[in-house]
Design a protein around this ligand. Structure first.
Ligand code: PHE
Length: 441
């Protein structure tokens, strides 16, 4: 309501001169108006300037006089024509009104104080003090002299009033929609993502405490023996495959010496292929159906960091399971994938993976480096993996694990991976760069 009032008013008028007066005109509390102005100002819907005013407010004593009359007036009115004894007057008025009333009424020359008798000196008096207090309470103007007099008697005290003058801001719109914090599946399905306004990132907000590392099992795959440390493991536990299945793959598939203790060691996962093998295992538990899977997630490696290597990156992993697939299908899918991103120069190099055969590393050409840069790894899952899981013999699985960061470097001419991901990334660049969508030039 208050927000509509502010934005609606500014649609037709240039300025809200005083939020206080505006609140009175709109019949909305000033607090509510102020809250709305602050929030609109934060999003630059409006431009608000502070106004400070010194105002007078009645003290508790001032309030009782505004209601009941000043003590001197009460005292005067309590004295009958013929006069009254002090004792009786004091009893009528109470100690405090009597005491203050006497002081002020004598000063005003309203009353005559005899030894025991009090009488009126004038026929008629006006209660100016009460009238002033009422005017101040209503926010009306009062002369400096009057203010001084009331201040001296501690019937009023100063109060700093804060308000705003408001005009349209750079993001002004007659209506504000609540800024979105997430882009949801529903937004995409409904198509309303186009018109969403997003809340700005709060870079100083504290994140949720991490519950644990992204860990995988040490022995998802046997060590390759060729590159030595196939996974370039860091450290870190989580069995991605049921132990029964491991045993089968390792003992029956690879005829490997498999040790539970070794397999239970913790490590940060080095590739998302652990996720793929889990999906394959799940697939093998039901009558076979052709399937495609993909995952995008963070992986960790024990790498020396340089301009093309990070100790952690994002892996884009995919696999297609169907009868009769071959290496040509894998190459076709990869060409298709990368050329849709705008990268049609690809090369494949034979490679070794303990879980795929054949295997191919994938390279893309970096114009800046004038060099072929590895962008991923791929292959066809070995029967040693697939058969112990229970997949039919003629089922072939083509799969790939790509880096997200490296193709981004190629496509955007970035020559240092640390400019793209990690603690050295320039936040102002992230804030000021327009959002881009790869592949939709
Ligand atoms: N796991 C491989 C890597 O991280 C990528 C890959 C995935 C290779 C699937 C073959 C099949 O390098």
């Amino acid at each position: 309501m208050a927000e509509e009032a502010v934005l609606g008013f500014l649609e037709k008028n240039e300025l809200i001169t005083d939020s206080g007066e505006f609140a009175v005109e709109q019949g909305i509390s000033h607090d509510e108006i102020v809250n709305v102005i602050k929030s609109l100002n934060g999003f630059r819907f409006v431009d608000a300037q502070d106004i400070k005013k010194e105002r007078w407010q009645l003290t508790a004593e001032g309030k009782t006089y505004a209601a009941n009359g000043s003590p001197e007036f009460q005292l005067f009115m309590a004295i009958p024509q013929e006069g009254i004894s002090r004792v009786e007057l004091q009893k009528k008025l109470g100690d405090s009104v009597f005491k203050i009333g006497c002081q002020q009424a004598i000063k005003n020359k309203w009353v005559e104080m005899g030894k025991s008798q009090v009488s009126r000196k004038v026929a008629h008096v006006d209660d100016n003090v009460k009238a002033m207090l009422v005017r101040i309470n209503d926010g009306e103007a009062v002369s400096q002299e009057e203010i001084d007099a009331l201040k001296r008697r501690k019937l009023i005290s100063p109060q700093i009033w804060k308000g705003y003058s408001v005009r349209k801001g750079p993001n002004y719109a007659p209506k504000r929609r609540k800024p979105a914090t997430d882009l949801t599946r529903e937004n995409l399905q409904r198509g309303d993502w186009k018109d969403l306004q997003f809340k700005e990132y709060n870079f100083s907000a504290k994140g949720l405490p991490a519950e644990g590392g992204t860990a995988t099992n040490a022995d998802d795959f046997p060590s390759d023996g060729i590159r030595g440390d196939a996974h370039k493991q860091l450290c870190g536990k989580q069995n991605l495959l049921p132990q029964r299945c491991f045993r089968k793959i390792m003992l029956r598939g690879y005829q490997y010496d498999w040790k539970r203790d070794e397999a239970n060691k913790n490590l940060l996962r080095t590739h998302t292929t652990a996720v793929s093998s889990r999906m394959l295992y799940a697939l093998a538990q039901k009558p076979f159906e052709a399937k495609k899977y993909y995952s995008v997630d963070r992986v960790f490696r024990n790498e020396a960091v340089d301009r093309t290597h990070l100790a952690e990156f994002h892996q884009i992993e995919g696999l297609i399971c169907d009868r009769g697939l071959n290496l040509g299908d894998l190459q076709g899918v990869l060409y298709d994938f990368f050329s849709r991103l705008g990268m049609s120069k690809l090369r494949f190099k034979p490679a070794y993976n303990p879980y795929t055969e054949p295997s191919m590393e994938i390279f893309g050409y970096h114009e800046g480096f004038k060099k072929w840069v590895e962008v991923g790894n791929s292959g066809m899952f070995r029967p040693e993996m697939l058969l112990p899981m229970g997949l039919p013999e003629d089922v072939r699985v083509i799969a790939w694990g790509l880096s997200l960061e490296r193709p981004t470097m190629i496509l955007y001419g970035i020559d240092n991976i640390r400019d793209l991901f990690g603690h050295k990334v320039d936040l102002s660049l992230i804030k000021s760069n327009p959002i881009c969508r790869i592949g939709l030039q």
